[in-house]
Design a protein around this ligand. Structure first.
Ligand SMILES: CC(C)(COP(=O)(O)OP(=O)(O)OC[C@H]1O[C@@H](n2cnc3c(N)ncnc32)[C@H](O)[C@@H]1OP(=O)(O)O)[C@@H](O)C(=O)NCCC(=O)NCCS
Length: 176
């Protein structure tokens, strides 16, 4: 844990603050801010949130990460898996390690919940440092298949499945 911020589970009282951080983080990005904020709300409404953490600085929410339930089949068997999206840090707090700390804490929480895999769709310069690999994701059929889809086994000692299918929660399919 770095000095200056704490990471904790999000509560219902954080909903508006999280919405504000997500909108601010994604404003001006290629993704657009409305879609990501809607995604958080839809995943919550659908009951598909597995891990939702905030980074708080002096009582103010400065970052948020969400992992949602996925439907993953690996070598013919269902595998508990979580998709990382979105991760957001307030623009004036970016580049201070908050995003990385949120992602690592989220992956630890998923391990404690018994999740076996995590996927992320994002920048291939950023996510490999957290263990995500495009080579592992490439073994899975997915509507998001491509160089930006990455995956990891949450037990780093686990064998990689030979192949399978990976579907994000239904809310992802409702994005405009
Ligand atoms: C991506 C984000 C969550 C990272 O949080 P952060 O607290 O700034 O990140 P950290 O301080 O832990 O790590 C900084 C590193 O992330 C890299 N980084 C930040 N945003 C990045 C991006 N969009 N693509 C690639 N790398 C990125 C920085 O270059 C830096 O890399 P370095 O360590 O090699 O110098 C944050 O910048 C953010 O909210 N961005 C806008 C929203 C967004 O694009 N979310 C991800 C969508 S896939």
């Amino acid at each position: 844990m770095l000095d200056g911020f704490v990471i904790r589970a999000a509560t219902a009282a954080d909903t508006d603050a999280i919405d504000g951080v997500v909108r601010a983080a994604f404003a001006g990005t290629e993704f657009g801010h409305q879609g990501e904020a809607d995604l958080v709300r839809m995943l919550e409404a659908d009951g598909d949130m597995l891990v939702s953490l905030v980074a708080e600085i002096a009582g103010t929410v400065a970052g948020h990460v969400l992992f949602s339930r996925m439907d993953v089949e690996a070598d013919g068997a269902a595998l508990p898996a979580a998709g990382l999206a979105p991760v957001s840090v307030a623009p004036d707090r970016q580049g201070q390690g908050i995003g990385g700390a949120l992602i690592r804490a989220g992956l630890d929480a998923l391990r404690r919940q018994g999740a076996a895999m995590s996927f992320v769709l994002g920048h291939d310069a950023y996510y490999p440092r957290f263990g995500y690999s495009p080579e592992l994701a490439a073994r899975f059929a997915s509507p998001f298949a491509g160089p930006h889809l990455m995956a990891q086994m949450l037990d780093p000692e686990a064998d990689w499945p030979r192949g399978g299918r990976a579907d994000y929660a239904p809310a992802f399919g409702r994005l405009g």
